[in-house]
Design a protein. Structure first.
Length: 495
């Protein structure tokens, strides 16, 4: 009998609650109605996009599921991310939605923010732990998605997480013709000297696809107009073949005196230094709207100089610390590395090439709008330049073309009368104004150095190091005592 009475009492209690629940549901609908919403999926998403957290709370109090999806398969978190609605996104994360929740096309909210061109939301989601390394169903990484869609702000936020993909991203940016994205990528360390598997450079790709603004920017930031692919074609040749004569004319102008110069190491260092500093000022303007002001308590950094014979200094207490985004580690490998950061890379091709030598006369090809060949005797200047041919000769060298077998090659040694610099040019090999060089920075002090292959230096601990190679996207350093090597990736001025 007692059991029956308890059952009746529970039933009466539940019946008594029904009007209360109905009243609460009606109250929620009423409150939402006054705010311009209905308790529907469409309005749940609209409130998320419009950053209406108060409305979202009303939906939740009305038992609306926070993980509701739309017809495409996206969540409200995706909608908030695409709209830059940080308040909504924060509310939804706290309601248990995963920061890397997959939606339509296997895209995460971070991907939605990139597609929505919401740079601030991209930055915020990364700080909430969103994974920048995920791919969508088409296999696109976030950086490549940002490049393809032309989102320079997102590229800037993601570049530090995708250092191994920067060159590939630059090639894609050249293909789609996004000058603003090219600018962002190269500031973080993408190399204008990158190549496709078929040998095409970013300039070649932009030129043959008719992207004038991209071509202008690439030329402005140091892309060589004289580089050739394995078939001997320049960017101008590709533009002409693709039906873009105006771009071909832009690229294939006659060489200027500066194009025919052999710069001294000091001049190269000053030029690279200025480029890195200019980007630093640009970042400051983006961050607070005004250029950096030197503090009386912070000494100005000395000008960059060749690294040979220098000892990389230990941290200086008065030197201002430099902020860096996440970076690929360079320490902790075979040997402890000095705190070096590769900021910039440079190589310079000269629009001259050695065709052949006969006796003391060299035949030189000069590239330009109207390519021509000239014959110059040893001791005479090359027309239109400050370059003097010091000597000409023929010698035997191992040749890749001849499967490593010795072959006779033509050699011309030149000297720049203005700088005193000399170079040796070889037939069949692009003529360079200098060895490949890197601008490296001591992260502890901010001091910069010019580094080229073969140079040696000492760390603060006295250990001796050799720069065994300098490449467009990395520098190879060897510890002399052990022979162990490590790589320092190019991180760029903003890296």
């Amino acid at each position: 009998m007692n059991r029956i009475w308890r059952s009746v009492a529970v039933s009466v209690f539940l019946l008594a609650l029904l009007p209360s629940c109905n009243k609460r549901g009606e109250s929620v609908k009423s409150d939402l109605g006054e705010a311009g919403y209905q308790l529907t999926t469409a309005d749940w998403f609209r409130a998320s996009r419009e950053n209406d957290v108060a409305a979202l709370k009303q939906f939740i109090s009305g038992k609306f599921p926070a993980d509701t999806r739309n017809a495409e398969g996206d969540s409200a978190l995706h909608a908030a991310a695409a709209a830059g609605a940080q308040g909504s996104a924060d509310f939804l994360l706290k309601r248990g939605l995963a920061v890397d929740l997959r939606g339509a096309a296997e895209r995460t909210p971070l991907m939605a923010a990139v597609l929505g061109d919401q740079t601030g939301m991209v930055r915020w989601l990364l700080r909430q732990g969103a994974d920048p390394g995920l791919k969508d169903e088409d296999g696109f990484k976030l950086l490549m998605l940002a490049v393809r869609e032309g989102r320079p702000g997102a590229v800037g936020e993601l570049a530090a997480y995708h250092r191994e993909d920067l060159d590939a991203a630059l090639l894609l940016a050249a293909l789609v013709g996004r000058a603003d994205v090219i600018d962002a990528l190269t500031n973080f360390g993408a190399s204008v000297y990158a190549r496709m598997e078929d040998g095409r450079t970013p300039l070649m790709i932009a030129a043959e696809n008719g992207h004038v603004d991209a071509v202008k920017l690439l030329l402005d930031i140091g892309a060589s107009r004289f580089t050739t692919d394995p078939d001997g074609r320049t960017a101008a040749d590709m533009a002409t073949a693709a039906g873009h004569p105006e771009i071909a004319a832009l690229i294939s102008r006659d060489p200027l005196p500066a194009d025919l110069a052999l710069e001294s190491p000091l001049e190269i260092a000053k030029s690279m230094d200025a480029f890195v500093d200019a980007v630093g000022v640009e970042v400051a303007l983006e961050n607070d709207g005004k250029p950096p002001v030197a503090s009386a308590n912070v000494p100005r950094r000395a000008a960059s100089r060749p690294i040979e014979g220098e000892t990389l200094s230990s941290p200086v207490a008065s030197q201002a610390p430099r902020q860096s985004p996440p970076a690929s580690p360079t320490a902790g490998g075979p040997f402890p590395m000095p705190p070096l950061v590769m900021r910039h890379y440079r190589e310079k091709e000269v629009p001259l090439s050695v065709k052949s030598v006969q006796g003391d006369i060299a035949t030189i090809s000069i590239a330009g709008a109207a390519p021509r060949e000239v014959k110059v005797r040893a001791g005479e200047p090359i027309p239109g330049s400050n370059l003097v041919i010091v000597r000409v000769l023929r010698r035997m060298e191992d040749s890749k073309v001849n499967a490593g077998q010795p072959a006779e090659i033509s050699v011309v040694e030149v000297r720049d009368r203005s700088t005193g610099s000399t170079r040796e040019w070889i037939s069949g090999v692009p003529s360079k104004a200098h060895d490949p060089v890197a601008l490296v920075e001591d992260a502890a002090t901010g001091q910069r150095y010019l580094a080229s292959p073969g140079q040696r230096f000492k760390g603060a601990d006295g250990a001796e190091y050799l720069i065994s190679d300098v490449r467009p996207n990395q520098m190879i350093i060897q510890e002399v005592a052990s022979g162990a090597v490590q790589t320092i990736p190019l991180r760029g001025p903003r890296g």
